[in-house]
Design a protein around this ligand. Sequence first.
Ligand SMILES: *[C@@H]1O[C@H](CO)[C@@H](O)[C@H](O)[C@H]1NC(C)=O
Ligand SMILES: *[C@@H]1O[C@H](CO)[C@@H](O)[C@H](O)[C@H]1NC(C)=O
Ligand SMILES: CC(=O)N[C@H]1CO[C@H](CO)[C@@H](O)[C@@H]1O
Length: 370
Amino acid sequence: MATLPIPLPILISIIPVIAAVVFYHLESFDTVPYPEHELKRKEPLFVPKRNSQMLRGSEKIGYGELPAPEDIAYDPKTGEIYTGCIDGWLSRVRVNGSAAEAVVEKWVNTGGRPLGIAHGVNGEVIVADAHKGLLNISRDGVIELLTDEAEGLKFKLTDAVDVGPDGILYFTDASYKYTYELSVLDLFEGRPNGRFLSYDPSTKETRVLVKDLYFANGVAVSPDQTFVIFCETPMRRCKRYYIQGPRRGSVDIFGENLPGLPDNIRYDGEGQYWIGLAMEPHTFEQLKRYPSIRKVIGMMMKYTGRPHIEKNGGVIAVDLNGKPTAYYHDPEIVFVSSGVKIGEHLYCGSLVRSYIVRLNLSQYPATPAE
Ligand SMILES: *[C@@H]1O[C@H](CO)[C@@H](O)[C@H](O)[C@H]1NC(C)=O
Ligand SMILES: *[C@@H]1O[C@H](CO)[C@@H](O)[C@H](O)[C@H]1NC(C)=O
Ligand SMILES: CC(=O)N[C@H]1CO[C@H](CO)[C@@H](O)[C@@H]1O
């Protein structure tokens, strides 16, 4: 009788370990380290004013009628708010008076997942649809696909959009590799799979302006139209791409070390950009350091679902130079996808709630930090 090289009880006890190791190596999900210099610990960003309990006093707009309203775009001509939901609907919300009186109209269904929204120069609505690409929705609700690929590579997660001079559209594809539903895997993988692009309606040309971006997200054209801001979610920073003037075509950092993972960016017409922050960074910063842990969690997610590491989301306001002015957050709010200031209210989009959160900023302001 042949003797086992390892005693049977020990062999049995290490089988799960061997299985785990084999499984780890077979699994195609492959993580890489984030760039070394990005992992340096930094002092938390100083923000002069904050409201650290922004849910207190907030109201719910369209409760139950707006599942995961991601971006918010205000049309000053009609006083309506547009938002895109997880069920594919692009809804128009009329808010006048109290939150309870808000009227939600399901306008068009893209059949995909509408994310970024911008009002075009001809009264149309431009939608960055995660699944479909960049869409043009005419005033009477006809949907047209403008573009869904560039340089031979299809978009997988068209994310944010804004309209620049001459009606040129600036937008992001957060990842060519992972869909909206699997976006956590993109952040866990640690590769720059995103692109910042433009689409010119007069030539129908799609151009890649910046590639190799880490989850390219929120887009906002500067009010003087000299540059376009976009953010890289896992890097907690915003970059600036110049579209006019002597620096045209170059990129620099607009703001970094944000107190959360940034999503959409909106200019308020009054000197400030509002950036939605999904969650505070601490746990994710830890994960960024350990690709093998990200890999194991990423693999397990297929069977166990997404790990819940998020807390304390919010919105940060920064001035025209990217300097923070105010930070609204709350331990109980997560996956804030956008913040838009309309009049004296801040309206917040969400990836997990079924309504828009609204806060009266005159009544519940950010106050000087001690
Ligand atoms: C969107 O479609 C409308 C209606 O056809 C058209 O007037 C408009 O120019 C289009 N916008 C873009 C950006 O293609
Ligand atoms: C917002 O709060 C201010 C200050 O309390 C109040 O005067 C104003 O009426 C509120 N606005 C609305 C629309 O409720
Ligand atoms: C927040 C909002 O949509 N307010 C609207 C209320 O109604 C007036 C006039 O009808 C609009 O100008 C506002 O924009």
